[in-house]
Design a protein around this ligand. Sequence first.
Ligand code: SAH
Ligand code: SF4
Length: 391
Amino acid sequence: MSATAPITQDVMTLPRKLPDGPTNLVGLTRDAMRDLLIESGTPEKQARMRVGQIWTWIYQWGVRDFDQMTNLAKSYRAQLAERFVIEIPEVVSKQLSADGTRKYLVRIAGGHEVEVVYIPEEDRGTLCISSQVGCTLTCSFCHTGTQKLVRNLTAGEIIGQVMMARDDLGEWPTPGAPKDETRLLSNIVLMGMGEPLYNFENVRDAMKIAMDPEGIQLSRRRITLSTSGVVPEIARTAEEIGCQLAVSFHATTDEVRNQLVPINKRWNIAELLEALRSYPKVSNSERITFEYVMLKGVNDTDEDARRLIDLIDGIPAKINLIPFNEWPGAPYTRSSNNRIRAFADIIYKAGYASPIRTPRGEDIMAACGQLKSATERARKSRRQIESEAGL
Ligand code: SAH
Ligand code: SF4
């Protein structure tokens, strides 16, 4: 630009002339990181190898400081530090349940908050992560459903929840140490806040990092994505992610499912089942988990159990019965233990595994469907929830 150019033009071109602010490397796909490295001076021939090295430092060893990446030349480390950062969501608070469950509130860009739950069990440690702040859907039994969607999480914010938990569990191995087979964080479930299939690309990119041998290194069999039934994205999940699938089924007639899971009005039970039928083969996974919340007098009769068996006929399945987790103001109550057991028995006798999920972290409101950020401003009106659920 000439020195005599008017000042307004100067302002307009300013962003292009100034170097961009640092870019966060967390959550970038391999290709995206490679492109950025080349753009910022890494020789093209080396870029693929550098991505592998940087991924290993970030996701296997938990390193956040370029200076610790000792297999990179000092000058290259400095070059990276000028242009990039390694950042994850910040923990705002942490609660520990009497049963060992940990609930974290984490803050993401823009000051929004989401919840993350760690559930230790004898043979595994499961991290329940969020994919959205709030949810566009309004399942009438779900606490998150009372909160408006504020925004989708980025891939970095999704995988960042896993890295945050590893920080807190003190589970980053030291470089060069043998691989630990008995990890504290061995499983991931996308069962926190939000509908993961309404944030498909970010969830996919984050889970690819979780499954990558140079990433978090979890087997795809240890990752479960739960959807309320976004039918058009189910085939894509099988092809592009290939993790385990859980579906929030919750009812055996369209009439009841319309009320509980209003997305059923868009894609009904028959359409949902059709999409599920081809999932195991395409994703090469063994079976689908049908989640079924037990609501007293709503969906918990013997007849419901028998209808459920008929509906899923031919689909390799496990039925996970979830005793309803009550929250203040919820319009339902939990079915009795006897009722849940009788329901489970019918399903079990038909040849399906029918575990009853033990509610965890109830004392800190960390159980399934109780998660909700503190962003009260973004509440849906009770009228909106009731009208969408047809209550
Ligand atoms: N949006 C996704 C994933 C998050 S919810 C989905 O709906 O599948 C994770 C699971 O918790 C879902 O099966 C959901 O239906 C269930 N859930 C929601 N609220 C609940 C509650 N109060 N008690 C028990 N389960 C609940
Ligand atoms: Fe959203 Fe899932 Fe809750 Fe339904 S159950 S409102 S889809 S988070």
